[in-house]
Design a protein around this ligand. Structure first.
Ligand code: PCA
Length: 218
């Protein structure tokens, strides 16, 4: 019997804040079914709803038992593919989610640690993307909206499977969203797909984190 290929679970969000498109789902959809470095990509669309996105992701973790997980989301004010380093146990929504909820100053999981570190080789991914000419950066905060909550839930949910690389990457707006996101810098879908494909390849290759300086003063 042949062993099933390892699965890379790639999640993206449905559109939110009245938009019609979310690059995170477009990228996940574009990579769905591909084989990258011997890993098979399974794409999962998540609702932009507090609580629900985490629940749907947990179900998928149980179903697929993935070898790696990359969760994607839109950060409309960014100009690069942003690998998030930290998830905070804090929800403070500056707008309503897609179910109309706007929780303020509540934990994702009461009593759980305040911060959880990514389990992606974040610096190695950024270095590789930059070497390919793509705009990529490290980020110290995934915000306090649904993406941060999802990242926290992902890392907490996998706490007993420490060997599974997992984390969150924020994406800049697509060119067709540029007018709605004047603070961001749009990136074509093809570049976003290329960047996330490269990141998946690094995970499949079992690449280690690079311990080059990448910190910030503020
Ligand atoms: N971005 C939002 C939630 C869904 C998405 O794609 C965020 O950054 O929290």
């Amino acid at each position: 019997m042949t062993r099933p290929r390892p699965t890379l679970l790639l999640s993206g969000f449905e559109p939110f804040a009245g938009e019609r498109i979310n690059p995170s789902w477009e990228v996940a959809r574009a990579l769905a079914g591909q084989q990258i470095g011997g890993w098979r990509v399974v794409a999962l669309q998540l609702p932009c709803v507090f609580g629900q996105s985490r629940a749907v992701l947990q179900q998928a973790l149980r179903r697929w038992r993935p070898a790696g997980v990359i969760a994607l989301g839109l950060a409309g004010n960014r100009g690069a593919i942003s690998v998030e380093r930290v998830a905070l146990n804090l929800v403070d929504a500056r707008m309503a989610d897609n179910a109309g909820a706007r929780p303020v100053d509540v934990p994702v999981l009461p009593g759980a640690p305040f911060g959880l570190a990514t389990r992606l080789p974040a610096k190695a991914i950024v270095a590789r993307l930059q070497a390919e000419g793509l705009r990529a950066e490290l980020s110290l905060s995934a915000g306090s909206f649904v993406c941060n909550e999802l990242m926290y839930g992902l890392l907490h949910g996998l706490r007993r499977r420490p060997k599974v690389p997992a984390g969150f990457i924020h994406l800049p707006p697509l060119p067709e969203q540029a007018a709605r996101h004047p603070a961001g810098r749009a990136m074509p879908l093809a570049e976003q797909v290329q960047g996330i494909g490269l990141a998946i390849g690094l995970l499949a290759a079992g690449i280690d984190e690079l311990h080059t300086p990448g910190g910030r003063l503020s």
